[in-house]
Design a protein around this ligand. Sequence first.
Ligand code: HEM
Length: 426
Amino acid sequence: MRVADSWLDALTARSYEMLLGHFWLPAMRVFVVNDPAWVERILVKEPHRYPKHRFMHEALEPLIGSSPFTTNGAVWQRQRRMLDQAFGAARLNLVLPLMQAACADMVQRMQILPSPTALDVDAVMTHVTADIVYRTIFSEPLTAEEADTLFGAFVRYQNLSQKATVLKLCRLPPMWFNRSREREARVIRDFLASKVRQRFADRTREDEQQAADILAGLRLAVDPEDGTTLSEIEVLDQICMLFLAGHETSASALSWCLYLLGESPALQERLRAEAFANPDDLKSMERVSAMFREVLRLYPPVGYFPREAMEDQEIRGTKVRKGDALLVFPWLMHRHRRWWTNPDAFDPERFGPQRSKAPLRGTYLPFSLGARACIGAAFAMQEAALILSQLLLHFDFASIPEHRPRVVGRLTVRSDKGIRVLLKRR
Ligand code: HEM
């Protein structure tokens, strides 16, 4: 049950040195693949032979229904074709003003707080990232009350879902966890469903031609293979998935960023100087991006990717059977003793303009690799540069010695009791 609270508790010192590990659960044999050549094979060269594992679908289905984060084969291909069109419609330069408006609102909310104040970083980062993706989907802002409700429901969902999954893998009855997590999922889905329903009622498909948001893109998307469009329930599943995949991950990484910035006033100064030099040119903020990439290395929001072996085979001399689970594990790859010098140290220079070499292929994969890589990677990088630079321009951050966050592995990599840093207005 300790592992049910955080999968990090299942790892040992050897996990960070081995190339292939395994453990047997009552319901499943699981292999951990830390060999970059095999990671490339599973994710990039032969992804059809290693589809997403069904337990991922079971863990997320109450929330995201049938959508590309967990589906496979022809169903995934169709959903991805539709999503690519909708996401294309919300191109980065189109969504930039929406991101900027959400960011300005965040700064305004923070400026009226007493200075200094112990800031609940997770709540603030979740609010702004949820607001950004929400504006991109619906072209309207998310209120503080709505953000709080969704955040609370999702934190509870993560805890319950992880416990339900571990019990299932141990062939134990789900107790009350399944029912409780469904209740939390309903809070989120009902909220998004009401917005989608309203839009279907208020606007025809023709009206959507005028809109430039993701919801309009999904309604207008036509499958080039068979000419079909998405039904209301299919649109809702995609929206739920995008809303969650699009904010929970970014919020996790940005919260760790603020914690690490609080630990290093000198780093804040260096990044601030870059943000001051050209506040509107996010692409020129190489140091800010390097810091974000290093945080994605140390705290990859998606800690592991479960895949399923489609046939019997041998991996590094070990027999793997059809149906076995293979875990590609960014958390381990990013801190692996063989692939990184000083792997546990926080060092943004690894990704800075002066870096001497790029990471070895297959050893750095916060957004995954290959056909199933994150559709929102560029969106997330733009959003992070904007949020971090704006925060640095307006505030100083300092760590609070008595508050050291303990990292836990759940659906995303989070801190067990949240992250707090001291915020001072500049
Ligand atoms: C720092 C932020 C983010 C991180 C670290 C991240 C990470 C990932 C990872 C690792 C996967 C693959 C998971 C797997 O293979 O099991 C993924 C998939 C996905 N992500 Fe992200 N993501 C981020 C932000 C976003 C954003 C902003 C969006 C959309 C607005 C998004 C949408 C998606 C979608 C749709 C998929 C499924 C792609 C497919 O399988 O076709 N993500 N993400």
